[in-house]
Design a protein around this ligand. Structure first.
Ligand code: FMN
Length: 169
């Protein structure tokens, strides 16, 4: 089973989540390919897709949404799981899913969507980003839970392996 893991990431935090998902799938015995959304030219050869994005001002990033637009038919015809990374702080906030996620679930026929906590490093933000963070009084830091990420990815690996075994039986 070959699984594509792709995530839009402005400052690298969501890309690292995609890598951890890829590693978890590989450890579970699946073949995982991790690509940025812009690098995805075809879904041919992939049995399943895990697609994610960092959340910016309540929305998925354009590169991830563009991938969905380009490949909606291919996505809708294979198992797809979605994830978003955004909420920061203790406890992580905001708790809301991205505003566009219902539309993306519908377009991809996704089996699920998971919201993971994110990471903000003020040192690498642009001026406009700093202004937005200050306006919402967000505290920076790394709030990602690798245990949550690995547990979620491990669950997906188990489902895909069970379905593959059932199909081959
Ligand atoms: C300007 C700005 C706006 C953000 N807006 C949101 C938001 O609306 N909702 C949310 O959950 N997280 C928001 N975040 C947090 C980021 O999504 C989070 O830090 C994420 O892990 C960043 O991922 P990346 O490094 O892959 O780009 C925002 C961060 C910045 C800098």
């Amino acid at each position: 089973m070959k699984v594509l893991v792709s995530a839009a990431s402005r400052h690298g935090a969501t890309a690292e989540i995609a890598s951890a998902i890829g590693e978890t799938l590989t450890e579970a015995g699946l073949e995982a390919v991790v690509l940025t959304p812009d690098a995805v030219t075809t879904l041919d050869g992939y049995d399943a897709v895990i697609l994610g994005s960092g959340i910016y001002v309540g929305h998925w990033m354009d590169t991830a949404k563009n991938l969905v637009e380009r490949h909606s038919a291919a996505l809708a015809s294979r198992p797809v799981w979605l994830f978003s990374s955004g909420p920061i702080g203790e406890p992580p906030k905001p708790e809301e899913d991205p505003a566009d996620i219902a539309e993306i679930i519908e377009a991809t026929n996704a089996r699920g969507h998971r919201l993971f906590a994110g990471k903000v490093d003020k040192a690498v933000l642009g001026l406009g980003e700093k202004v937005i963070l200050k306006a919402v009084r967000a505290q920076d830091g790394d709030f990602r839970s690798w245990a949550d990420v690995r547990e979620w990815a491990g669950g997906i690996a188990a489902v895909l392996k069970a379905e593959s075994n059932a199909a081959g039986a």
